[in-house]
Design a protein. Structure first.
Length: 262
């Protein structure tokens, strides 16, 4: 599908200063307008500018609920983003949250093997671990794409276009269900624990309230990675493509993670 189809929200995080909002006006379903602490501007980020979240409970959250970004268990959706975290700034034993919609979806990082963790949420408090990935590289920009199929319950994760997870959602203990999205849960970027330092750029969500259209295919994942590396996201540029693979390597802005390193 086109990268612009079913795009529910795109947060370029390009503000150069201030904390009034951490999202600019590219097809945002709901701006991240609730600011806690001081997310600081980073220039350059991976694509244009970026935002850095550091210290205890520094984050930006949706100011209002938006159904288009509810990442429910019965919907097709994709979350894509660039992330760079500082492995030396992770407090021992602390799970630092980079991206979350409470009880629906969470991305966090820990000191255990410099691990990035992906979770999907349950109706009861907590999350179910989809996968924990070590050795992905800290202090460098890495591109993550998580895809969920609401019909088959298939969870796929690509790191710099390399697929590292392709499996059905974990089975829950008896009596528990996955969360299907709630108006009380709002998308949030930042550290919601005591510490950690990370930068985020080009956060995007594809979703569909009725099912279908929100999950990217493999070619979309590659196009998204290449356009981002060439500093021009395909769904922002009228022409799309952003310069493609050759332009990305010519600019020297990529770090490629090989399957054996995961």
């Amino acid at each position: 599908m086109s990268l612009s189809a079913a795009l529910a929200a795109y947060y370029a995080l390009d503000e150069s200063s201030g904390t009034a909002t951490a999202a600019d006006s590219h097809t945002n379903a709901a701006d991240l307008s609730t600011v806690v602490g001081t997310p600081t501007a980073v220039d350059p980020g991976h694509v244009g500018k970026a935002r850095q979240f550091s210290g205890a409970d520094v984050r930006v959250t949706q100011g209002a609920d938006e159904a288009a970004v509810r990442l429910g268990y019965d919907r097709d959706w994709t979350v894509a983003f660039w992330l760079k975290y500082n492995s030396f700034a992770i407090p021992a034993g602390v799970e630092c949250v980079a991206l979350e919609r409470p009880n629906e979806f969470r991305v966090s990082y820990t000191t255990v093997g410099d691990a990035l963790q992906f979770f999907i949420g349950k109706d009861l408090p907590g999350y179910e671990l989809v996968g924990s990935f070590t050795g992905v590289g800290s202090d460098v920009w890495i591109h993550y794409v998580f895809r969920f199929n609401g019909t088959t319950k298939r969870c796929r994760l690509d790191i710099n276009t390399t697929n590292v997870n392709d499996a059905t959602a974990p089975t829950l203990p008896g009596g528990q269900n996955y969360n299907n999205g709630s108006a009380s849960n709002r998308l949030s970027l930042g550290t919601q624990a005591d510490g950690g330092i990370h930068q985020m750029d080009e956060v995007s969500i594809w979703s569909s309230a009725t099912g279908g259209g929100g999950e990217l295919d493999d070619a979309d994942v590659v196009d998204l990675y290449n356009s981002g590396a060439a500093r021009d996201y395909a769904y922002v540029s009228a022409g799309g493509g952003g310069g493609g693979f050759q332009a990305a390597w010519a600019r020297g802005s990529n770090v490629m993670i090989l399957p054996g390193a995961l």
